[in-house]
Design a protein around this ligand. Structure first.
Ligand SMILES: Nc1nc2c(c(=O)[nH]1)N[C@H]1C(S)=C(S)[C@@H](COP(=O)(O)OP(=O)(O)OC[C@H]3O[C@@H](n4cnc5c(=O)[nH]c(N)nc54)[C@H](O)[C@@H]3O)O[C@H]1N2
Ligand SMILES: Nc1nc2c(c(=O)[nH]1)N[C@H]1C(S)=C(S)[C@@H](COP(=O)(O)OP(=O)(O)OC[C@H]3O[C@@H](n4cnc5c(=O)[nH]c(N)nc54)[C@H](O)[C@@H]3O)O[C@H]1N2
Ligand SMILES: [Mo]
Length: 760
């Protein structure tokens, strides 16, 4: 049965729970960020770094992918951006002596928080076969080990190359080039666990797997639906945009099982009102939908719009296909089923439809609350159906806004980090480099675990991230990684993936985005793409954490030279001058013509988004209505649906601290939020200590029951939707079954896990 992830440093001895907050940001946010930054970086470095964030000649914040307002010269203050920077620019270091003191087995006992707090990695470290400790090695030796393993494989598909979304465009491009010249499309990435459902749903319906709106659209919209997203914590700068939208007359509705503080009231630390006043109320209404009830909700809205004839017929006729079938499917509505699925009242649903029908410019924003369900793709299609009915694509102030996570996750995809590349992209790559990239699709994140578990793959290489903790089914994933012959991580900070090793293991320390990157031709610039397809430059200015660090580009190029000695690519040349990489990108990737020249413009440039001009690159050139049967997660009596979320003090698997200020939690993370009425029915009191046990009967409910356990959580009575619960990941990833994934995107269903709470 599932083992506790870390026995020491669980750090919940000081756990305290108070009432949740009803407003976000304000002075406490500044204070908290400053305290953390000064702890990690000292006063001088704090001032120097935080002032350069998201500035014209500065670095791109390594936090979220929310765009920067083009006209602003001043950095918007962002608590969690400041925390992300402090984590990277910390003065703490993990030197080789640290690894001599702690065996791999000992490190594995420590918590995610403790591991992350040790500081920046400085030296390539190698764990030989059978050794108990990592040992320092030279870059030559480290890269030699990887090359030895890769060259010995009888089939390139036996190696897997993961990417997390912080990697720059330049590093991502050379990385995928190397991997494809080596001979595989095994390029899973964090998107597979994140917005894959959005990408797939959008690609099928509007012909591009990206959002269609700009910041200007948001501030000129008259209705913004924020569904399945907690911007106060995860995209704090979005609150400033929402505040501007609100001042411009937009209505904002929060669709979320939790009443997230950030969506209720925003206290902008940049304005007097935010600091001494009461702040700006953001959401006009909160719809406390049940987990996974959004598809039913948007089907119902579609039905109501059709019923009252609130349809932009001109748009529908000229620009869409499939309307008749959609209208027929939504002609009737099963209200009892809709109410059961959504947990909302008929009046709430009708009021939402009124708002949509009455608005000329509608935007739907969403994130993980929508994408990490079994029926995520269908849910997103249903949201699109509603937007298409009103002609809300390719109109100012309207459109789709999947809010991306990692700061360059969208850019990495654009650069070809994808296990199912288009043939057009591969043809362009082949022509540019005189190579023959493989055409067979590679593995995604879930299939990576299966391939390693079954020994179909034996080498796991990661460009950033913390795969072992980010993936579902922690125990299965850990065993899969342990079965590998080699695990190798290019990382800035220590994390649990370094402690769950293959027979042989490597840690390759790398530069972060805040740091100066100097190569033969001088100081380098890299580029990133934000959530709204804006590409811009990022220049690190801090001295590197150690002079032994190599950039991600350098690591890839040096590795490629060793693995592919006969390559026709000038790897050393690319390493020496990133402008040459951008030259290649401009010829291979659509939308990057004159890349270098266009970078100089302040704020960067926007990649083509054809749906903005009502051009839809789908068959027939029309956006598609989709017809989906109603689906929602079912929960047997006495059980709850659990969602696994982020606290305010974490960045994915990096735990900054043990507080979740807006939800009233401090000093610990092992809490499970449950509706008070459900607690009464379950006979559990607030504060009770429980194990969370997940129950899984297979995708179709026809498999033998399997259980997974996460022990020692304190129950917190919380105003979440009925029948629903919430707890933090990565601690609860142990509960998510590997095979429980979204249909059509294979994303782990991290937001709907059937659980029971067992009193301890
Ligand atoms: N500070 C900070 N910033 C981050 C991150 C971080 O960890 N820390 N992570 C980054 C990454 S990679 C990502 S992907 C984003 C994640 O950004 P979010 O998607 O905001 O992150 P989550 O914490 O998973 O929150 C999910 C939200 O959806 C709601 N929700 C859950 N299930 C449902 C549902 O079925 N229906 C509806 N309507 N709502 C639901 C939850 O209550 C919660 O408010 O943030 C990015 N930014
Ligand atoms: N249960 C559950 N699981 C989830 C989610 C959920 O909501 N619930 N969310 C999913 C989502 S949306 C995502 S995106 C994934 C995240 O999955 P990952 O991207 O794999 O995880 P992170 O925690 O962001 O990775 C943190 C590590 O990245 C390294 N790092 C940081 N910056 C850099 C850099 O600049 N370069 C390099 N090379 N390394 C760097 C550091 O070593 C750090 O320890 O997790 C997923 N897992
Ligand atoms: Mo993400």
């Amino acid at each position: 049965m599932a083992r506790r992830p870390a026995k020491q440093d669980r750090g919940d001895a000081d756990l305290e729970v108070g009432p949740p907050k009803t407003s976000a940001a304000g002075v406490p946010a500044v204070a908290r960020a400053m305290t953390m930054a000064v702890e990690q970086m000292g006063v001088v470095r704090t001032a120097r770094t935080l002032l350069r964030m998201n500035q014209d000649k500065g670095f791109d914040c390594p936090g979220c992918a929310w765009p920067d307002p083009a006209q602003s010269h001043r950095a918007e203050f962002c608590e969690n951006g400041a925390k992300a920077v402090a984590e990277e620019a910390t003065l703490r270091r993990v030197e080789p002596g640290f690894f001599a003191e702690h065996s791999v087995a000992q490190l594995r006992e420590r918590s995610d928080h403790w591991l992350g707090q040790q500081g920046r990695l400085t030296t390539p470290m190698h764990k030989p076969v059978g050794a108990s400790h990592y040992e320092p090695v030279t870059w030559e030796t480290a890269l030699g080990v990887v090359a030895r393993h890769l060259r010995a494989l009888d089939d390139p598909d036996r190696a897997i190359f993961y990417t997390s979304g912080r990697t720059s465009n330049e590093a991502a491009f050379v990385y995928q080039l190397f991997v494809r010249e080596f001979g595989t499309n095994n390029l899973p990435d964090c998107s597979n666990m994140c917005h894959e459902s959005s990408g797939n749903a959008l690609l099928e319906t509007i012909g591009i797997g990206k959002g269609t709106v700009t910041l200007d659209d948001l501030t000129s919209a008259d209705l913004i639906l924020v569904a399945g997203q907690n911007p106060g914590t995860n995209h704090p700068r979005m609150l400033s945009t929402l505040e501007t939208a609100k001042e411009g007359g937009a209505r904002i509705l929060a669709i979320n099982p939790l009443p997230e503080a950030g969506l209720m009231t925003f206290r902008n630390p940049q304005t007097v009102k935010g600091v001494v006043g009461s702040g700006t109320p953001l959401a006009d209404r909160h719809l406390g939908v049940r987990l996974g009830g959004d598809q039913a909700l948007f089907q119902a809205v579609g039905h109501l719009l059709l019923e009252r004839g609130a349809v932009d017929h001109e748009f529908v006729e000229r620009h869409t296909s499939g309307y008749a079938a959609y209208a027929q499917a939504r002609a009737t509505l099963d209200w009892p089923e809709t109410l059961a699925a959504t947990g909302l009242t008929e009046a709430e649903i009708r009021a939402l439809a009124d708002d949509v029908a009455g608005a000329k410019r509608v935007i739907v924003c969403w994130a993980m609350g929508i994408t990490q369900h079994r029926h995520a793709v269908a849910t997103i299609q249903e949201m699109l159906n509603v937007l298409l009915l009103g002609g809300n694509i390719g109109r100012e102030g309207a459109g789709v806004c999947p809010v991306r996570g990692h700061s360059n996750v969208q850019g990495d995809r654009t650069m070809g980090i994808v296990e199912r590349p288009s043939s057009g992209f591969l043809d362009a790559l082949d022509a540019e480099f005189s190579i023959t990239a493989p055409r067979e699709h590679g593995v995604d994140a879930v299939d990576t675990v299966r391939a390693l578990r079954d020994r179909r793959a034996t080498v796991f290489f990661a460009m950033g991230g913390n795969f072992v903790r980010a993936m579902s089914d922690s125990d299965v994933t850990e065993k899969a990684l342990e079965a590998a012959d080699l695990t190798c991580h290019v990382s800035t900070k220590l994390n649990r993936s370094h402690t769950v090793t293959g027979a042989e293991a490597l840690i390759l320390p790398t530069l972060g985005r805040t740091e100066r990157d100097v190569q033969l031709s001088g100081e380098q610039v890299v580029t990133v793409e934000d959530s709204m397809a804006m590409v811009h430059a990022s220049r690190g200015r801090l001295a590197p954490a150690a002079d032994t660090l190599l950039s991600e580009v350098a690591i890839v190029c040096e590795l490629a030279r060793r693995v592919l000695p006969d390559s026709s690519v000038d790897w050393s040349g690319l390493r020496g001058d990133y402008r040459r990489i951008r030259g290649h990108i401009s010829r291979v990737v659509a939308g990057f013509d004159d890349f270098e020249e266009r970078l100089d413009g302040r704020g960067g440039f926007q990649l083509p988004l054809p749906p903005r001009q009502r051009e839809f690159h789908v068959e027939g050139g029309r956006a598609r209505f989709s017809v989906n049967a109603l689906e929602y997660p079912h929960c047997p009596p006495g059980r709850l649906l659990l969602q696994t979320v982020r606290s305010h003090d974490q960045y994915n698997t990096t735990i900054y601290g043990l507080d979740d200020r807006y939800r009233g939690v401090s000093g610990g993370r092992r809490v499970v939020f449950v509706n008070p009425t459900d607690l009464v029915e379950l006979g559990l009191g607030d504060g009770r200590l429980v194990d969370i046990v997940s129950e899984w009967r297979g995708v179709d409910g026809d498999r033998e029951l399997t259980e997974r356990r996460a022990d020692g959580f304190r129950v917190v009575a919380y105003p979440t939707a009925r029948g629903c619960a919430a707890a933090y990941f990565p601690e609860t990833n142990v509960l998510v079954p590997l095979d429980s994934t979204a249909r059509g995107s294979n994303t782990p269903t991290s937001k709907s896990v059937v659980v029971r709470l067992e009193p301890r």
